[in-house]
Design a protein around this ligand. Structure first.
Ligand code: ADP
Length: 884
């Protein structure tokens, strides 16, 4: 408060200090100016007006009045309400704002009154306010004039002088500073509030985009997000366009305020039009006036949009699409708007990306589930036709409306499964598909896929496709058109490099077009199906082979297989038992090495190329170590090698040989004595010859000897056949061995040939033996006869009887031809005779020793031979001692 007790300078300083405090008290600039007006009265004026220049730089607005006389405050308000000064008006406030300098009316007289008023009423009002001295000072802050303070001395009748002007100017400048501060503060606060609001909005959007992760429906999410964008951007429309799979076109995907664009399925090439330009430049595009823009989607104009702002939707530098907002009133989108929209765009792009990742993960999950189910189904049975049928049922409707499985059988296709989403349509579908067989020269579908071995994807089936597929058959074309397929997928069933068939998926739905992901799924499905089918086929083949192997194992004929390299791959049980070579010995080895003697006969085995043409087997000798096998063998060649089948004819062969030998021998043995008898008889009958007694006697002797020999031969044959038929009766009893032997020796001595000496020796006190006396004699006679017969050069034949523990041994020793060691075992066999060359042509039937062996055996005795070739033989047999 200014008082007269103080010097004016002191008062001024104090006043300003007080004013500074008062002005600092508020950050509300209007409040500050009211405060200024109050400070000015009465210290600097009887009344005071504070005006500010509006932002337009023209209008001047009164913000505060103060007057010592309260009635004058009302007058001041009335005057300012009626006559607001403008920048170019005559009032002192306007003048000082214009000049930026104080305006002083030291004496406010009549002239000033007129000069500063606009009309009579104005003049009237001013008169009533009664200014006598007036001062207007500008409110200047940071070199900018923001208003004016008008002061007037009235009833106190004072005049403005220099110190007051300084003080008023000072007060004004402090007031201006305070106002500026307040304005700055409020602007800052406003800015902060805006920023906070933006942050809050972003946080909301962030929450929304986080929600995108759990949002199952991208459509709902995007609509929500676009609503948010409209609000934040204070826009009328918000639209999202997504880049399609090819990356060449933008597809209107979501819209708020412009839903018709999505409904129309608007597609915009990248590079063309407004959105296309955003996509191409990957930068924001602002169109202030749609009507002046070059190319804009007509739907935007139709909607009445005036201004547009578009931003690219980018994730990690990848363009997903474009988002734009529009305003139906002309609007300048500022840099801030642009930044905000880009920020929103980034969030939305992220949301789309995450959502589509999620969607594709979900789709992939579903695919895996489907494939797992398919695998389980395929693995559950070895009947692949049934499995494929169930598989096609599973694939519909997951993968399409139709699923068709075709299998290749030789050169022919067999349709093993057809499934249709509508079971009623399925029967008709089947009928239809049967009418048109698949051909390998087809332009599309199974025939084509089989021929190329590669999957086919026709995302959008056109009529041209159908025309090509029909191969020019109008009926087929009509039928294909009738299906109304929109998309096709066909994948080959390939296992171990072989195309087994195809699996075809068809979509009939206009909105379902197959894409790369479906192709991958179908191919995978086909792969799994192929493996299952292959397994089933292999299993069947294995079963068949196992059956064949079992048969081969148990077949009586020897069977073996050589591969193309001559390696033994199979050697059955019969082959083992015939040859004595085990499968372990030969399988996996070269036949030439593993089968002794094979090389010698391999070339002679007849080999047929088909089982049907199998020629008759050849009988060939296989030289195994120590023995010879006679095999009846034949072979069939096939693409993996050669199969041989053989039968062991060794026994038959030997028998056969023996038989033919026997026939020759016996006929010889019969013919020789018969010829002698016949000759002798003829000679005796001749009447023209004078036969002396000696000659007659000799002839009769020949007849009797040869008859005897004939009888013996016939006898041997009879005995052999009786033994074979087991019709030999034995009269076993206790007999003295010496007595039995003695009769044999005596009979032999009767017709002992020249040069043979027969001796007989016997141990003392021999026990009786158990046996049939006739048979014992027969065996002994055979031994003695042989000993004489096979000693053509004469010599001693010795018959001995010895005691052996519980047996008695009869031994006939000669010094004749002997028996080669290799023949010793076999001379007891039926019909067996040592080669006549070795026996110097000595005749015989080969039955004597066989009969002997059989008889001794039947008397529980044993028979044996000891001999050295050319050094005599010792034939013996033992019979058990008869115990009382
Ligand atoms: P065969 O004497 O009628 O030929 P055997 O069965 O009696 O028939 O004898 C079989 C074979 O044994 C004879 O062919 C002969 O080669 C041989 N053999 C038998 N006894 C003797 C012997 N004492 N000395 C030499 N070889 C004999």
């Amino acid at each position: 408060m200014i008082t007269r007790d103080h010097s004016p300078a002191d008062e001024g300083v104090r006043f300003l200090a007080e004013a500074g405090q008062a002005l600092a008290a508020s950050l509300d600039w209007e409040q500050t100016l009211v405060q200024v007006a109050r400070l000015a009265v009465p210290a600097l004026a009887d009344w005071c007006i504070v005006d500010v220049l509006e932002e337009d730089g023209v209008t001047i607005k009164q913000v505060a009045v103060a007057a010592a006389d309260p009635r004058k405050e009302d007058l001041l308000r009335e005057m300012r309400a009626l006559y607001p000064p403008t920048i170019d008006s005559p009032q002192p406030a306007a003048r000082t704002i214009r000049s930026g300098e104080p305006v002083l009316f030291e004496e406010f007289g009549k002239a000033e009154l007129h000069a500063t008023t606009r009309d009579d009423h104005h003049l009237e009002l001013i008169k009533r306010l009664d200014p006598r001295s007036a001062l207007a000072v500008p409110l200047v802050a940071r070199a900018r004039t923001i208003g004016a303070m008008t002061l007037a001395w009235s009833e106190s009748d004072r005049r403005y002088t220099e110190p007051e002007i300084v003080l008023a100017t000072e007060l004004a400048s402090r007031a201006a500073l305070a106002v500026d501060n307040a304005t700055l503060f409020s602007r800052e606060r406003e800015a902060r509030a805006k920023a906070e609001e933006a942050v809050a909005r972003l946080r909301d959007l962030e929450l929304i985009s986080e929600a995108a992760l759990t949002h199952l429906d991208l459509d709902l999410l995007l609509q929500e997000l676009l609503d948010g964008v409209r609000t934040v951007m204070r826009a009328d429309t918000a639209v999202c366009l997504l880049l399609d799979e090819t990356g060449d076109e933008l597809v209107a995907s979501w819209a708020r305020g412009l839903e018709e664009e999505v409904e129309a399925g608007v597609r915009i090439p990248v590079g063309a039009g407004f959105a296309g330009r955003v996509a191409a430049t990957r930068a924001p595009v602002f169109i202030p006036d749609v009507n002046k823009a070059e190319v804009v989607n007509p739907l935007l104009i139709k909607r009445g949009l005036k201004s547009l702002l578009g931003v690219p939707l980018l994730v990690e530098g990848r363009l997903l699409g474009v988002m734009h907002v529009g305003s139906v009133t002309s609007r300048v989108f500022t840099n801030d708007d642009e930044r905000t929209l880009q920020l929103l765009g980034d969030r939305i792009a992220l949301a789309i990306e995450q959502s589509s990742l999620y969607e594709s993960a979900r789709a992939a999950g579903k695919r895996l589930e489907f494939l797992a189910e398919a695998s389980e189904l395929l693995g559950s049975t070895l009947d692949y036709s049934a499995a494929l049928e169930r598989l096609s049922d599973l694939a519909v409707p997951y993968l399409g409306d139709w699923c068709i499985v075709d299998m290749l059988r030789g050169d022919l296709f067999e349709r093993v499964a057809v499934a249709h989403a509508d079971p009623k349509a399925q029967a008709a579908a089947y009928e239809f598909l049967k009418r048109f067989p698949i051909t390998p020269d087809a332009a599309h579908g199974p025939g084509f896929v089989i021929a190329t071995g590669r999957a086919e994807l026709i995302s959008e089936v056109t009529d041209e496709h159908l025309q090509r597929a029909s191969g020019g058959d109008p009926e087929y074309l009509e039928a294909l058109r009738a299906i109304g397929m929109t998309s096709l997928l066909c994948a080959p069933l390939i296992a171990r490099g072989r195309v087994l068939g195809t699996i075809t998926m068809l979509s009939e739905q206009p909105e379902r077009h197959y894409g790369p992901a479906d192709l991958v799924t179908t191919e995978e499905l086909a792969r799994r199906a192929a493996v299952a089918v292959d397994n089933a086929l292999l299993y069947r083949e294995a079963e068949r082979r196992a059956d064949a192997a079992r048969v081969l194992e148990h077949i009586g004929d020897g069977v073996f297989m050589l591969d193309r390299d001559g390696v033994v791959r199979l050697w059955n049980r019969a082959a083992e038992s015939v040859t004595g070579l085990t499968a372990d010995d030969v399988v996996g080895r070269l036949a030439a090495e593993a089968i002794p003697g094979w090389s010698a006969i391999a070339g002679s085995v007849p080999v047929a190329t088909t089982p049907a043409t199998a020629s008759s087997a050849e009988t060939l000798p296989l030289e195994l170590p120590g023995r010879e096998l006679w095999l009846s063998i034949a072979a069939v060649e096939f693409n993996e090698g050669t199969v041989y089948a053989f039968r062991d004819l060794t026994a038959d062969r030997v028998l056969e040989e023996l038989r033919s030998d026997f026939v020759a021998t016996v006929s010889h043995e019969l013919r020789t004595p018969l010829a002698a008898i016949y000759g002798a008889a003829l000679t005796l009958q001749r009447g023209d010859l004078e036969l002396d007694e000696t000659l007659r006697g000799n002839l009769l002797s020949v007849i009797s000897t040869e008859s005897d020999r004939l009888a013996r031969t016939v006898n041997d044959i009879l005995w052999a056949s009786r033994l074979d038929a087991d019709r030999v009766q034995l009269e076993v009893g206790m007999y003295d061995p010496r007595e039995l032997a003695r009769t044999v020796v005596e009979a032999a001595e009767v017709h002992l040939p020249a040069g043979i000496e027969l001796s007989f020796s016997c141990e003392e006190d021999l026990p009786p033996i158990l046996g049939d006396p006739d048979k014992v004699r027969q065996v002994l006679t055979n031994f003695v006869d042989n000993a004489i017969k096979y000693s053509p050069d004469g010599g001693v034949v010795e018959l001995r009887i010895e005691r052996r523990d519980h047996a008695v041994r009869f031994i006939v020793v000669d010094s004749g031809l002997g028996v080669p060691l290799s023949e010793q075992r076999r001379i007891f066999d039926k019909f067996y005779r040592v080669d006549p060359n070795l026996t110097r042509g000595v005749g015989g039937t080969g039955l004597g020793l066989y009969i002997s062996r059989e008889l001794v055996r039947r008397m529980n005795g044993t028979i044996s031979v000891e001999s050295r070739e050319g050094d005599g033989s010792s034939f013996s047999f033992e019979l058990p001692v008869a115990t009382a």
